[in-house]
Design a protein around this ligand. Structure first.
Ligand SMILES: Cc1cc2nc3c(=O)[nH]c(=O)nc-3n(C[C@H](O)[C@H](O)[C@H](O)COP(=O)(O)O)c2cc1C
Length: 427
């Protein structure tokens, strides 16, 4: 009896947590304060032999920093990654990869963010900005200086995420999966061309490769695809700068080449659409995510929304892609199309009402050097997060300790299981 009990515990506690799916779970951690010495990223779980260079990562970091409407800090910071571990001769080793990105602005903040000395005469920040993490941080962490809330809640941390996302991108590119994005609107100014709807109709004029869409968008200072729209938005940002206000907007993130079968309907936390929504809303100031035609589908007939199947004997596809490439929590094989909304920047040069926590008197909020809008950067960060979540589900499905092993598993799936279904159940 005792023997059986101990076997039961061994099975439950030893085997259940080492589920096959979890073994291939990639993860990353970031550390670092906005004006601290550096940002650090640790990436874990990728197979060996993925090609990655600091040049690849720096290119993505530069894209994150660009965009009309950003603050003067972007002129101080010119992000550059140092790869500390996990890569040898340009390829992943399978060991944890660590990155360091120095904050150039730190030299101006050494005293304010000193690690060991006491605060001394450093002035505490006592006036919270509405819309930022200032006040909630004070309540939750029992801070007596809002600086402590500001430093970690700042979107500076997303540079570390972009470094992690670069590994995911290179991994996915090996399998023909490419991620791109463009800014759809800023301050309610849209293009006259509905590029998003073209994707949903499976008739995009922007090309079949997600990254090509980013290359097109990167030519614009606002990452929009339409020159006349760009002009109108620049004018709006200029007037917002004069008025001390800020703007948000919407952006589209696309992944092409994603095979059928990533994600699962077997359990809520394995659904691809749910995981994408989580990863995108984890980005600072992102307040809404739509998969495919999202909210619009709530107003339409079923016959307008659902994507009819087609089979020409060679390939199995869908007429349209209103589902945005995901059905039942699983990728359909069509491009994954996500729209997300970023709220306007919280720090306003013409501040909103606030309370001074030292006197509890009504005051206007503080101003600290800030972006006026950051939608172009946000779209680049979203690319990284989408790359990350797709790489995670790709590895859950195909596993592998080396890129070669993952490739073999992938080919076996696409060539064997997949083509079996294509022929029909009876064959
Ligand atoms: C790329 C990027 C840059 C941002 N820059 C600023 C900024 O300069 N000033 C600011 O107040 N908020 C900025 N934000 C938004 C804040 O980080 C965000 O509003 C804050 O962390 C509170 O989180 P929440 O908006 O998700 O509630 C930025 C966000 C992103 C994604």
């Amino acid at each position: 009896m005792e023997h059986l009990t101990s076997r039961f515990y061994r099975d439950v506690f030893l085997y259940l947590p080492i589920n096959k799916k979890d073994k291939f779970m990639i993860r990353f951690l970031t550390a670092g304060e906005s004006h601290g010495k550096a940002l650090v990223t640790i990436v874990e779980g990728f197979p060996s032999n993925i090609t990655i260079s600091s040049e690849d990562i720096n290119h993505q970091l530069k894209r994150r920093q660009s965009g009309y409407g950003r603050s003067a800090r972007m002129k101080i910071e010119s992000d550059s990654v140092q790869i500390l571990s996990g890569i040898r001769f340009g390829k992943t080793l399978g060991s944890p990869i660590s990155f360091l990105i120095e904050n150039k602005d730190w030299t101006n903040w050494q005293e304010v963010l000193d690690i060991e000395k006491s605060a001394g005469s450093i002035k505490k920040i006592t006036i919270p900005r509405p819309g930022h993490a200032d006040l909630v941080g004070v309540f939750k962490y029992n801070f007596d200086d809002i600086r402590n809330s500001i430093e970690r809640s700042s979107a500076r941390e997303t540079a570390a995420r972009v470094a992690a996302g670069s590994v995911a991108r290179n991994f996915l590119a090996h399998f023909g999966i490419h991620i791109g994005s463009y800014v759809e609107s800023v301050g309610g100014i849209y293009s006259t061309q509905d590029y998003f709807n073209q994707f949903l109709q499976n008739k995009t004029s922007l090309g079949k490769n997600g990254w090509d869409i980013s290359i097109k968008a990167d030519k614009s200072v606002l990452r929009v695809l339409d020159k006349s729209q760009e002009k109108k938005i620049i004018n709006k940002i200029n007037s917002v700068k004069k008025n001390g206000d800020s703007l948000g907007g919407t952006f589209i993130t696309i992944a092409t080449g994603v095979p059928v079968g990533l994600g699962s309907f077997m359990h809520y936390d394995r659904k691809l659409d749910a995981d994408i929504a989580f990863h995108l809303t984890s980005i600072n100031a992102v307040k809404g995510v739509e998969i495919g035609n999202g909210f619009l589908s709530a107003e339409q007939y079923g016959s307008q929304v659902h994507d009819e199947f087609m089979n020409d004997g060679k390939s199995f596809s869908r007429k349209t892609n209103h589902s945005g490439g995901i059905e039942g929590g699983i990728s359909t094989g069509l491009p994954i199309i996500i729209r997300a909304a970023m709220k306007p920047i919280s720090t306003l040069a013409k501040p909103l009402n606030s309370i001074d926590l030292s006197s509890m008197k009504k005051v206007v909020s503080r101003y600290e050097r800030s972006d006026f809008t950051a939608v172009p950067s946000c779209a680049v960060i979203a690319e990284s997060m989408l790359a990350w979540v797709l790489a995670k589900h790709f590895l859950i499905k195909f596993g592998g300790d080396s890129l070669e092993e993952t490739t073999d598993n992938f080919i076996s799936y696409t060539k064997k299981s997949f083509s079996r279904i294509r022929k029909g159940f009876r064959k």
